[in-house]
Write a protein that binds this ligand. Structure first.
Ligand code: HEM
Length: 372
């Protein structure tokens, strides 16, 4: 086909789509978005990086689905087959597992950065609330995915994790049976976790993510209070760059780097499979969850058996739930985040303490002997 005819066909396709989809409106929407440029601008890349890694999880997860079998008799063997016989199966599984960890890490960075920059302040309260829900959903992806290879470590970690969830007062028993599909962790639990991991969680995540992204598009990127005050004083406004294509192209560089890092990690340290779970075997020593549940695990472990007549573990679980609720309510509790405001400063301090606490507890999980 000659160049002229190709151009003609492309123009016809464009006008066909224009009439039906409204391409110009869509492009207008993307072109309208501007990203402020200032000294804290680097943090703006973290949300996009999180989004990219979520996309990568959906892609690699779908590929794993082609071979995975969700039953106690076949799960371990199907993953073993994938790792040893399927061309590049080991690569896809290793990238899925490494990328899940990187996703949670970047997600925490994103959350703490918007927290410290007070990006949740009016009118972005619902952006924060939808983000907190996404955090819960991503952690649930991690928890449910961990069991799927049906290996010893995952089996016993799930037993501990679900038992902890079961110790929540009032609803604990119901939650435990909902998660396990009975009183014990069995093949039924595996099938259930599979359904959560590949159907329930993706469906809810898509909806909440759509809301998060819609709000970001609608409200634009926030400018941190300290930068805002400086500009107010000078009577200026922060410089901006167009999101499309300038900012997106910078995002792309970060995403390409992430793929490089993940491919290197997968090639140098392929994700291990371990030993097939035996529900009748005694629990091996050193059972611990993924690092991102470490601070909760270690907190529960260090609590005394009883505090003021209440079981230590129950108290710990209540505390962790209250911390989650506090996180959700942050924008409604700190409503005047101008620099120098007392409440706002207290929130910054609380954030630093929370970060320090989580880091110390996670390190302790790895360095303390497993009996402590
Ligand atoms: C799957 C998880 C998530 C994805 C894919 C995601 C994605 C994004 C993207 C693409 C942006 C715009 C760029 C940026 O500011 O970095 C953003 C902004 C934002 N996110 Fe998230 N996010 C997620 C989780 C969270 C969490 C856990 C929180 C907090 C609890 C949160 C709170 C916010 C807020 C407040 C903004 C607005 C920032 C501003 O206007 O300056 N997000 N998110």
């Amino acid at each position: 086909m000659s160049g002229g005819r190709i151009r003609h066909a492309a123009a016809r396709l464009r006008s066909w789509l224009e009439e039906r989809v409204g391409l110009t409106d869509l492009l207008e929407l993307v072109r309208k978005k501007e990203v402020p440029v200032h000294r804290h601008g680097l943090w703006y890349y973290l949300g996009g990086m999180t989004l990219f890694l979520v996309g990568l999880q959906f892609l690699t997860g779908t590929l794993l689905l082609l071979y995975y079998r969700p039953s106690a008799n076949e799960a371990f063997e199907s993953v073993q087959f994938l790792m040893t016989k399927v061309p590049f199966g080991w690569l896809v599984r290793s990238i899925h597992s490494w990328s899940a960890n990187l996703l949670v890490f970047v997600l925490f960075l994103h959350m703490f950065s918007v927290f410290f920059l007070k990006a949740y302040r009016r009118p972005r309260e619902l952006t924060w609330v939808s983000g907190t829900l996404l955090l819960g959903l991503i952690l649930a992806f991690g928890f449910s995915g961990y069991l799927l290879p049906w290996n010893t470590l995952a089996f016993f970690a799930t037993q501990v994790g679900t038992q902890v969830a079961g110790s929540v007062p009032v609803v604990g028993g119901f939650v435990l049976r909902l998660l396990r599909g009975g009183d014990q962790v069995t093949g039924g639990t595996l099938t259930r976790f599979f359904a959560f991991h590949v159907a329930v969680l993706p469906a809810i995540t898509m909806m909440v993510l759509a809301l998060h992204l819609y709000l970001i598009q609608r409200l634009g990127m926030s400018v941190p209070p300290s930068v805002e005050v400086e500009h107010e004083r000078k009577g200026t406004r922060p410089r901006t760059i167009p999101f499309f294509p300038n900012f997106l192209l910078r995002d792309l560089i970060g995403w390409a780097l992430a793929v490089g890092v993940l491919a290197a990690l997968a090639a140098l340290f392929p994700w291990e499979l371990g030993v097939k779970a035996d529900p009748f075997a005694p629990a091996p020593a050193g059972i611990r969850p993924e690092w991102y549940f470490g601070w909760m695990f270690q907190t529960l472990k260090l609590l005394p058996a009883h505090v003021l007549g209440i079981e230590g573990e129950v108290l710990g679980v209540i505390g962790i739930n209250l911390a989650g609720l506090l996180l959700l309510l942050v924008p409604f509790l700190n409503r005047s985040p101008r620099p120098g405001n007392r409440i706002s400063r207290a929130f910054t301090l609380l954030g630093i303490l929370a970060l320090a606490y989580m880091t110390v507890m996670t390190v302790l999980m790895y360095v303390l002997p497993s009996g402590r």
